[in-house]
Design a protein around this ligand. Sequence first.
Ligand code: IDP
Ligand code: MG
Length: 171
Amino acid sequence: MAVEQTLVLVKPDGLVKSLTGDIILKLSSPKRKIMGAKIVTVTKELAEEHYKHLKDKPFFDELIRYIMGEFHTPRIMALVYEGKDAVKEIRDIAGSTNPEEAHPESMRGKYGRITTGGVFENVIHASENKKEAEREVKLWFKPTELVSTIYPVVEREVKKKEYIWKSDLKK
Ligand code: IDP
Ligand code: MG
């Protein structure tokens, strides 16, 4: 079986509940490696693109507000894991979407909840299948943000502004 890369997000409720350590520990295995990691403030554009398959659902607006951190903190932790069968294995560790139905030892079963407003606050996102994993890894990370990539990369020249430390500015 080929090596796969999959996207994991520790959602804003996971950060507020200080679950990043637990989640990383639970996902640790000699079978897979973290190839990218960052803390992100999720824009509306990114949130809507990530969850575009759900845009007709009645909970879509709440879901966008949830992932943008309106109910907790405007941060998520994004990770790319690489390994054989990584997509399914990590999805299994995450657990079923509905935290009430998730296995009690899965991350969602252990730490998730359904709010009175009806949002599934399930602390972690894990790509659903290989196709989604590719879409999501490419949506959340630039090739240069990953230690190594499994998808083809090309080089192109761009001219752009960047922020640097003021003290590094040479006169
Ligand atoms: P997944 O995260 O297990 O892949 P999706 O169906 O892709 O599940 O849904 C994305 C997210 O939307 C879920 O993780 C959960 O936070 C939220 N969600 C999904 N279904 C419901 C629902 O029926 N009610 C409330 N929130 C939901
Ligand atoms: Mg999904």
